[in-house]
Design a protein around this ligand. Structure first.
Ligand SMILES: [Zn+2]
Length: 163
């Protein structure tokens, strides 16, 4: 293992809708997001896979942007939540299936949204250092997340009980 100095990236911007946020990312995959004094724990799994093989500076910059992207996309995500939870007559699927499926679809879409924000805001220079393996992992991540989001959302929108 190569030794790396622990680097930290800390910024306190506002989202486009005015919410002040406080985001710190450090080292490999550690990050902390604080909104209105409230720390929001968030699994760093997507960042872990998405940043494989990148130099530490890019990893930090892109991970920071990913975390900020989550918050920038919050209004869109609330709309999605409404969409999948809106009551549409009686369901022929059990709540114990719908709840976890809806949760996973929502999380997956949120990861896609945050990562889209990363891609939209970073020039090609931010991706030039990806190796082939790193690209394969990154693209696989997109495919899996997109599948979970689309399939899960379609499941939640599935047909009502016809009887
Ligand atoms: Zn994320």
């Amino acid at each position: 293992m190569t030794k790396e100095r622990v680097k930290v990236l800390h910024r306190r911007p506002r989202t486009w809708y005015g919410l002040p946020v406080d985001i710190t990312v450090a080292g490999n995959h550690w990050h902390r997001v604080v909104v209105l004094g409230l720390p929001l724990p968030h699994l760093g799994l997507v960042n872990f896979f998405a940043r494989q093989g990148l130099p530490v500076d890019e990893r930090l910059a892109l991970t920071w942007r990913h975390e900020f992207g989550h918050l920038q996309m919050l209004p869109v995500m609330l709309a999605h939540l409404l969409l999948i939870l809106w009551p549409r007559g009686r369901q022929n699927k059990s709540r114990w299936v719908r709840l976890p499926v809806g949760f996973i679809a929502h999380q997956a879409l949120w990861e896609i949204a945050a990562e889209s924000y990363v891609v939209a805001g970073s020039g090609p220079e931010n991706f030039r250092s990806r190796s082939r393996t790193s690209w394969v992992i990154y693209i696989a991540l997109w495919v899996v997340m997109t599948f979970l989001a689309v399939a899960g959302t379609m499941f939640m929108w599935g047909k009502k009980q016809s009887s």
